[in-house]
Design a protein around this ligand. Structure first.
Ligand code: AVJ
Ligand code: FE
Length: 454
């Protein structure tokens, strides 16, 4: 392809990804009236109208000002939408733009961005090379769309979101082995080549991984209910010290949004609808502490981040790391449950076309998976283009989650993508799978996926 055709293809791709994000933002905000957009549903979340204007403000900052060299449109509002100046709990008391003003601001910014996109040459430096900063802004909006979906899940009131349920599991789901072997050896973790990878995914580097067994699928609701029924929440030996303190202080007894009906059956609230907990669906809305305790109960442990990524990306046939478990092709509807196409995870064992070379399924999509690892920089990390995306969060406070969920869009999900949160958090769309080291003696596992959801 010529350079000019390349640039045209890139413009189209950028415009499409920006437009996808805006469609989703609209879907999450047009369904609510003004009081519901301005209200705060939980101190953990911003009012939706804050996300709306923050999305526009970041787009203005990075695309119109940094790339386009324009003057600020409304400099006086910048501090209101700087996430570091005002914690979420305080945002409802700020003099925020009202919904109509926030929408108008977002529309104006986007119009100017599309003008700029038509003129930009992608050759004026690292920020625009391969369209990076445009991709970063599409990812940023989609990340806030995911946050807004979590706000919807916390909201009480009539349901306003609908989506088709995922298909039933494939015929082989129940016959899958409960765990798969990931052979030991070095693999390439992270990337130096994926054009829209964010700073914390870089650079690609070699990491040795000892052989281990990984659950074929995420842990199901039925398996998790087994942990509850066995007294897992009342057995301090299953919890790390900080986890037990938190379990006591927060009074945890089950995943967030679960409750028992009069007969002791588990129900859950999902986007305003209360329904029986589906046994075969991956468990959602558990904290890292709960995932860690479950794994200990199962005689297992959480996978490290490196183990997770090796299982998801390493191709033993070539020795190379793939972009996704299934290869390098962008995710399609047969590969993974992504993009808020469904508003719940698919049954464990779904998406055979998205399986990794090791045989693990649903590594991408369905539920974010807690890993054992703290959020740390890779060797050779350098903050780009701003320290507040990743660097200020590095350390032992945050745990890494991998793989994306039904709530995440494909532009912000890939084999190298790293998410992180505090180990107490569970309003995000998080679940987990477990692992055990191979080679040693001991370690238990059910024989099949079917046994795990019986
Ligand atoms: C990567 C999901 C942890 O929401 O705090 C949004 C993404 N960063 N705006 C977050 C983000 C700046 C971030 N997470
Ligand atoms: Fe943000």
């Amino acid at each position: 392809m010529t350079m000019i055709a390349d640039a045209e293809a890139l413009r189209t791709r950028i415009a499409d990804r920006l437009s996808d994000a805006r469609t989703r933002t609209g879907g999450l905000t047009d369904c609510l009236d003004e009081p519901d957009l301005v209200r705060q549903y939980s101190p953990l979340m911003s009012p939706l109208v804050w996300d709306l204007a923050h999305i526009a403000n970041q787009e203005e900052l990075w695309l119109l000002r940094e790339v386009g060299g324009r003057e600020p449109m409304h400099p006086e509002i910048d501090p209101l939408y700087n996430a570091f100046e005002h914690p979420r709990a305080q945002r409802p008391s700020l003099p925020l733009l009202q919904p109509a003003q926030a929408r108008a601001y977002a529309r104006q910014v986007r119009g100017r961005v599309l003008d700029l996109l038509g003129r930009v040459s992608f050759t004026t430096g690292a920020l625009v090379a391969d369209g990076f900063v445009f991709g970063m802004i599409a990812q940023h909006e989609q990340q806030h769309d995911e946050t807004m979906l979590a706000t919807h899940q916390l909201r009480h009131g009539e349901p306003v979101l609908t989506a088709a349920p995922p298909a039933g599991p494939p015929a082989d789901a129940l016959r899958l082995p409960a765990e798969v072997l990931v052979p030991g050896g070095t693999f390439t973790m992270g990337t130096s080549t994926e054009p829209w990878a964010l700073d914390n995914e870089r650079p690609g580097h070699l990491v040795p991984v000892a052989p281990f067994y990984l659950d074929t699928t995420p842990v199901s609701n039925a398996a998790y209910a087994g942990f509850i029924a066995d007294g897992g929440y009342d057995e301090p030996r299953l919890w790390c010290a900080a986890g037990w303190d938190h379990r006591q202080q927060a009074g945890l007894t089950a995943p967030l949004f679960w409750q028992r009906d009069g007969t002791g059956q588990w129900l859950r609230r999902r986007f305003g609808v209360t329904e029986p907990v589906p046994p075969a669906e991956p468990v959602l809305h558990v904290s890292w502490y709960e995932a860690d305790a479950y794994a200990r109960w199962a005689g297992r442990r959480l996978p490290t981040e490196a183990e997770w990524e090796k299982a998801a990306r390493h191709d033993p046939a070539t020795g190379l790391s793939r972009r996704y478990p299934w290869g390098d092709a962008d995710p399609g509807p047969a590969h993974a449950n992504l993009g808020q196409r469904h508003l719940q995870p698919a049954p464990v064992g779904s998406y055979p076309d998205g399986a990794a070379p090791c045989g693990a399924r649903q590594l991408i999509g369905d539920v974010w998976e807690w890993t054992a690892s703290d959020f740390l920089p890779y060797p050779g990390f350098s903050a780009y283009p701003y320290r507040e995306y990743s660097e200020v969060f590095f350390g032992s406070d945050y745990k890494v989650l991998r793989g994306g969920a039904f709530s995440a869009d494909q532009v912000a999900c890939r084999g190298t993508f790293r998410n992180w949160d505090l180990p107490v958090r569970r309003q995000i769309f998080c679940g987990f799978r477990t692992a055990r080291s191979a080679g040693g003696l001991g370690g238990s596992s059910p024989r099949s996926v079917a046994e795990g959801i019986a």
